[in-house]
Design a protein around this ligand. Structure first.
Ligand SMILES: [Mg+2]
Length: 247
């Protein structure tokens, strides 16, 4: 049991995948949805400002792929069918390689937004999550999210859970725009943004490397062991199985 007040903790920073949400939701619902609706989304929104930004980012990233000596599919300029099909091929190449691509993440967020708005997608959290967050908030503890999914994707997930809209309970959403989850500097910047000292923040994640980075930045950390999480090679980390263990 982690008693926040006794440890001088005033904020809880939560990872999503494997912490608030089953890893399976991301891999078995979100990713397949984005892949299945990729072509239709681009057909519908091709001339939107959002897709223009996605194309701009992906063009930069593709140049980087080439500079690294890789062979990404060729992307054709223009607005015709061939241009769309070539971009789809490049995006599917990124998806197949599970690339950590900002342009891809931006696009996935847009496709999911459509899906959430249409009611085809619903955010999933473990059953203990809403009550725990409410309890922490009632005790004056701040709650924030730090996930590799885009801030938009995070908001959509927490807005549409079967327990209702949880976003009013969450003070801030951080994505990798603030830095990688395995770099201590990211956690220092988050603490600054939360106007809270690192020592007053508890970071909960299922990935030991993220917890190590957070601890290096001075945060308190706890490993989340949820059903479906891959085992972590850890020796000296405190662990929880549900948020009921954080009071
Ligand atoms: Mg995770």
């Amino acid at each position: 049991m982690i008693r926040l007040a006794e440890r001088g903790l005033r904020a809880v920073l939560l990872d999503i995948e494997g912490t608030t949400t089953p890893i399976a939701f991301v891999h078995e619902a979100l990713f397949p949805y984005a892949r299945a609706h990729l072509r239709a989304f681009l057909d519908t929104h091709w001339r939107s400002a959002e897709v223009a930004e996605v194309r701009r980012q992906l063009a930069v990233e593709r140049d980087r792929d080439l500079a690294r000596g890789e062979a990404p599919p060729r992307v054709t300029m223009g607005n015709d069918d061939r241009a769309i099909a070539s971009l789809v091929a490049y995006i599917e190449w990124l998806m197949n390689l599970d690339r950590n691509s900002p342009g891809l993440k931006l696009l996935q967020g847009l496709i999911w937004e459509d899906g959430y708005r249409a009611g085809a997608l619903r955010g999933q959290v473990f059953d203990d999550v809403p009550a725990a967050i409410r309890e922490w908030r009632a005790a004056g503890v701040d709650v924030a999210i730090y996930s590799s999914g885009s801030e938009l994707a995070q908001r959509l997930l927490f807005q549409s859970t079967e327990h209702g809209d949880l976003t009013p309970l969450i003070g801030a959403f951080f994505d990798t725009a603030i830095g990688a989850k395995t770099e201590p500097g990211s956690y220092a910047r988050i603490a600054t943004a939360m106007k809270t000292s690192p020592a007053e923040i508890l970071f909960v994640s299922d990935v030991a490397a993220e917890l190590t980075a957070a601890r290096e930045a001075g945060l308190s950390v706890v490993l989340s062991r949820r059903p479906g999480n891959p085992p972590q090679l850890v020796t000296a980390l405190e662990t929880i199985a549900t948020f009921d263990e954080i009071r």
